[in-house]
Design a protein around this ligand. Structure first.
Ligand code: BES
Ligand code: MN
Length: 457
C-alpha cells in the first residue's frame, strides 16, 4: 500500500538530508554559457544522474546532444495497467554569477539565512529539480509508485536550449509521455500557488559596429570620425519610440492581440504596478501605456539591451575614440512571432538606419520558441488539486515573461503538454547576485508534488 500521507511524512523527516543534497548539487559550478565551466557542467549532469539512480530510477544515462548532455532516466513499473507516464523536466545548468562583488555570500556555497537558502541556481532551478526528485524519492521509498516516470534534465536551458531542436526529434519515442511536469516557472508569491500557461520566446543577437581599424586619440580625431560607441547608442536608442513601442519594421505584425477576456483575467491577478515597483526597486515603471505591467511582460513582445561593450571602462580615464562597439540585444516573443522573422526585422532596421560612417554586423546567438500550454489536461487538474490541498487555496493562472524553450518543442515534436509550476518567487534574484530560494515554499512544493503523483489519473 502507498499513500500521500506516508510519503509526506517521509519527506518531512528527511528535510535536513534533502537540504544537504541540494547544497552538494549547488556546489557544482554548472555555468552553461562559459566554455571554461564545461567540465563542471558535465559533473552536474553526472551528479544528477547518480542521484536519479540512488532514488530508484532505472535506465539512467547521459545522452550527447552536440552541446551539454541530457540526463535521461525512467521508471516504468507502475502496477495499474492504465497508469499514465509523467515526464519530469528540469535543467541542471545555471547563469553566470557576475557581478561577483555584489554577492554577500559565496555563490556556490549554499548559505541559509532565516527562511532563505542563498546560492546561484538555488531558485533557478537546482532547488526546484531537487524538490521534484525529493517528492519522487518520498513516494518511491514508501510504497508503489502510482504512475510511470521519465526524466529529461537538460544542461543548456539558460543558453536557449540550442541543441534541443536537433536532439528531441531523434529521440521522439523515448520522451513520449502523457504529461510533463515542469517546475521551472515559479509562482506569484509564497501564498499564491500558480500555474503558468504562457511563456515568451526569445531571439538573442549581437550588434557589432565598426569604425576605424584601431582605437584613435579622441583629441586628434574626435568630431571628425563618427564614434562607434555613439553610432551604436544612436541605433539602439531608435529601436523604441517615446511610448516604449519597438520600432523594428513589422515587429508587431504577427502579434496576437490581447483579448478583452484576457485583459479582465489579468487585471484580477495580484501582479499590480505596485508589486512590480516593490520587487524591482526602480523609482518608476516604464513601457507601453495601454498595457498593464502584467500584460507587458506576459502578452507583449519586447526588445532589451542585455549588455554594452565599447571603449575604456577600466579605472580612471583614457581619452580614446574606440574602434568598435557591441550591444547584446534580445527580443522576447509572443504568439505568433517567429524568431527568424524577427532577425530579418532587426537586419532591416539596421540597414535602414545605420549611417555610412560605420560598418556593422548582426550575429544571431540563439532563439527559443514561445509557448501556450493547455490547462485542461489531466496533469494540470491533478497539480491544481494538489496545490489546493497544500495551500488551502486554488492556484492562480498566469502568462509569464520568461522563456523555457523545451515547452513548445515537447508539444510540437513529442506531442506532450507541460504543466508549468515551481517554487521560484519574483524576489528570488534569479539571474542576479544573491539568488535565493524560499525554503517554506520549497517544502510545500515537495508536498504538492507528492499529492500530484497520487492525483494523476
Ligand atoms: N526559469 C527561467 C524562466 C522562467 C522564469 C519562466 C520565471 C517562468 C517564470 C529559465 O531558467 C530562464 O531564465 N530561461 C531563460 C531562457 C533564455 C536564455 C532562452 C530566460 O528566460 O531568460
Ligand atoms: Mn530555470
Amino acid at each position: 500500500m502507498s499513500d500521500a500521507k506516508t510519503a509526506i511524512d517521509y519527506a518531512h523527516k528527511n528535510r535536513e538530508r534533502f537540504t544537504n543534497e541540494l547544497s552538494e548539487f549547488i556546489k557544482i559550478e554548472s555555468i552553461s554559457t562559459d566554455d571554461e565551466y564545461k567540465t563542471q557542467v558535465e559533473k552536474a549532469a553526472e551528479w544528477a544522474a547518480e542521484h536519479l539512480r540512488q532514488i530508484g530510477i532505472e535506465n539512467v544515462k547521459l545522452m550527447p546532444t552536440g552541446g551539454h548532455p541530457v540526463v535521461y532516466g525512467d521508471w516504468l513499473n507502475a502496477k495499474r495497467p492504465d497508469a499514465p507516464t509523467v515526464l519530469i523536466y528540469g535543467h541542471y545548468d545555471v547563469q553566470p554569477v557576475d557581478p561577483i562583488e555584489l554577492w554577500e555570500t559565496s555563490p556556490f556555497e549554499a548559505t541559509i539565512q532565516g527562511d532563505y537558502l542563498f546560492a546561484r541556481g538555488s531558485s533557478d532551478m537546482k532547488g526546484q529539480v531537487m524538490a521534484t526528485l525529493n517528492a519522487v524519492e518520498s513516494v518511491m521509498k514508501t510504497g508503489d509508485f502510482p504512475v510511470n516516470l521519465k526524466f529529461l534534465l537538460e544542461g543548456e536551458e539558460e543558453i536557449g536550449s540550442m541543441n534541443m531542436g536537433n536532439f528531441l526529434p531523434k529521440h521522439k519515442d523515448l520522451f513520449k509521455a502523457d504529461f510533463c511536469l515542469n517546475p521551472d516557472a515559479g509562482a506569484i508569491s509564497a501564498d499564491e500557488p500558480t500555474i503558468t500557461f504562457g511563456l515568451r520566446g526569445l531571439a538573442y543577437f549581437e550588434l557589432h559596429v565598426y569604425g576605424p581599424p584601431r582605437d584613435l586619440h579622441s583629441g586628434l580625431f574626435g568630431g571628425t570620425v563618427h564614434n562607434p560607441a555613439q553610432a551604436l547608442a544612436e541605433l539602439i536608442a531608435g529601436m523604441h519610440d517615446e511610448n516604449g513601442t519597438v520600432t523594428l519594421p513589422g515587429f508587431y505584425d504577427a502579434v496576437r492581440p490581447v483579448t478583452e477576456q484576457e485583459r479582465e483575467a489579468t487585471a484580477k491577478l495580484p501582479t499590480t504596478p505596485e508589486s512590480y515597483l516593490q520587487q524591482t526597486g526602480v523609482p518608476a515603471l516604464w513601457g507601453e501605456k495601454e498595457y498593464t505591467p502584467a500584460l507587458r511582460t506576459g502578452a507583449r513582445p519586447t526588445l532589451e539591451i542585455n549588455g554594452l561593450l565599447s571603449g575604456w571602462t577600466g579605472a580612471g580615464s583614457k581619452t580614446v575614440l574606440p574602434a568598435k562597439a557591441m550591444a547584446k540585444i534580445s527580443c522576447r516573443l509572443v504568439p505568433d512571432q517567429d524568431p527568424a522573422e524577427v532577425q530579418k526585422q532587426l537586419m532591416k532596421y539596421v540597414e535602414e538606419h545605420a549611417p555610412k560612417t560605420i560598418t556593422w554586423e548582426v550575429k544571431s546567438l540563439h532563439d527559443s520558441p514561445w509557448a501556450i500550454t493547455d490547462i485542461n489536461t489531466n496533469g494540470v487538474r491533478a497539480m491544481a488539486a494538489a496545490m489546493e490541498t497544500v495551500w488551502g487555496t486554488p492556484p492562480l493562472y498566469r502568462r509569464e515573461g520568461g522563456s523555457i524553450g523545451v515547452v513548445a518543442m515537447l508539444q510540437n515534436i513529442c506531442g506532450v503538454e507541460s504543466g508549468l509550476v515551481g517554487g521560484g518567487l519574483p524576489d528570488d534574484n534569479v539571474h542576479s547576485p544573491n539568488e535565493r530560494m524560499h525554503l517554506p515554499t520549497w517544502h510545500k512544493n515537495m508536498d504538492a508534488f507528492i499529492h500530484f503523483f497520487f492525483n494523476m489519473k
